[in-house]
Design a protein around this ligand. Sequence first.
Ligand code: UDP
Length: 481
Amino acid sequence: MKKKDQERIKRTEQSSQPPTGDGDHAEIHEAVAEPPVGPPGGRDRRFRHTNLPPGFVERRKRPLIKTEPPPPAPPPRMEDYAAIIGMPELDEIRFLARHLQGKTVKMVNSTAVGGGVAEILNRLVPLMNELEVPTKWDVITGGNDFYEVTKGFHNALHGGEFNLTDQIMDIFNSYNEQNRQRMEFAEDLFVIHDPQPAGLVRSKSDTRGRWIWRCHIDLSNPHPGVWDFLKPMVEQYDATIFSSPAFTRQLSVPQYLFYPSIDPLSEKNKELEESYIDKVCDDFGIDRSRPILTQISRFDRLKDPVGVIEAYKLVKKYVDCQLVLAGGGATDDPEGAVVLQEVMDAAGDDPDVIILNLPPWSALEINALQRASTIIIQKSLKEGFGLTVTEGLWKEKPVVAGAVGGIPNQIIHKLTGILVHSVEGCAYQIRYLLTHPEFATQLGKNGREHAKENFLITVNLKRWLILFQILLGMVRPHKTV
Ligand code: UDP
C-alpha cells in the first residue's frame, strides 16, 4: 500500500466517532429559495439549509419531493425471479425446498429496520415461507446500555480498542438471558445473526433443533478480550457461517461460506427505464454524453473519496470525464460531515466533480446513477464485503476497486473487474478502460455473470436450503471453508 493511503487510514483510525447509518435526516429537506453562496461554475442550482459544510452545493434542480421514506414495495414472489435466473434454476430451488417442507426455522437478529442484515431478512424470510419452509423472524430487545455494549463489541471485533469489564459482560449476558426467557425455541432450525444475540445458544440443550451462527462481520482481527468472551458461545453452535474466507477464525465447529447477496428485483437493482435514468442525471446536472465515473459510498475516509478525486484529476489530464461521488449520512454523522468537507475541498470548483449527499431512501436514484456510469469505482482502503461492487457488477459495469476486504472475492483481476492498490494505479486503470471500451464492455459482461452465479439472493436462498438439509442429516456436506 502506498504511503498516502496509509496516512488516510491512520487519520481515520485516529478519529473518535465511528460513522453510523441512522438518525434524523429531516433537516436535509428544508428547501429554501435563495442560495447562501454562489455555486461554483455559476450554474443555477438550488441550495438548502442543512448542517452540511458551508458551500455544499445541492445539485438537484428541483427540491426533494420525497421528504420521508416511500412505502416499501410489495416483496417479489419466487416466480418473478424466473426471468432473471431461468426456470431450471428456479425449479432447483423449489426441489431443494420440497425436502424441507414442514421444517420450521427461526431467524433472530437485533434490528428490524436499517442495516444490511435486516435488509436481507426482509427478502429472505418471505421467500422461504413461500417455499413452504415456515420461517419466523424474531428481533431481540435491549436497553441503550445493551446497544452501547454491542456497538462497542462490533468496533472491537473489527480491531478497535475496547475496555472489557465485568459490568459490560454482565450487561451483554443479562439482556441475552432476558430475551432467552421471553422467546420460545420450538423450531427445527435456529439461525442467530451476529454477536448481539449469540448468547441465546444457551437454550440449545432444551431444544431439539440445530443451531447456526451467521456472522456478517469481519472477524479476522478481533480485539482478543472480546473474542475470548464470545468464542465459547460461538463454539456451542452446530455450524457457523462467514461472508468471506478472509473473515473467519479458527473454530472447533464447522464453518460455511455464504457470500452476501443482492436482490435483483429491489429498487436498488431492478431494471430501469432509460428515460428515468436520463431524468435523474438531468436533475443532478450530470451530462450523459460524456464519460461518467461513479463512487457510491458513505462519506468515510476508509472509502477514500479524496483518493478517488486525485485519481480522477490524473485521468482528466488525458481523457474528458465527470466524477460523481454520491453518499449519505453526512448530516447525522459528525465524521461524515468532516469527510464531506474534505471531499469538497479536494474537488475545488471543478463543475465536473458532482458531489451528492443523498437521503437513505435514494435506492432508485442510486440505481440510476450506477446505470448511467461508464465506470464504477470503489477505491476503499478497508472494506467489509463491498456491496456497491456487487451492485456495479450486476449492472454490467466495469468496476475498478481497491483489493481489500471481500472485494477480491468479487473482482477477479482483469476478468470480472479491476483491482487497484493506489491512486496512480486507479487512475491508470480508469484511463485504460476509457480508451479501450471493448475491454471495458467485456469486463462488465463477465462481472454480471459472476454476480449472477454467486451474489444474488436466489443463490443465497439455495445455500440456506442445502445447509438446512445438511444440518438435519438429509444430505452429506460437500464442502466447508
Ligand atoms: N448506499 C446507499 N446510500 C449511500 C451510500 C451507500 O444506499 O449514500 C448503499 C450502497 O448502494 C450499498 C450499501 O449502502 O448497498 C453500502 O454497502 P457496502 O458494503 O458497499 O459498504 P458499507 O457502507 O456497508 O461499508
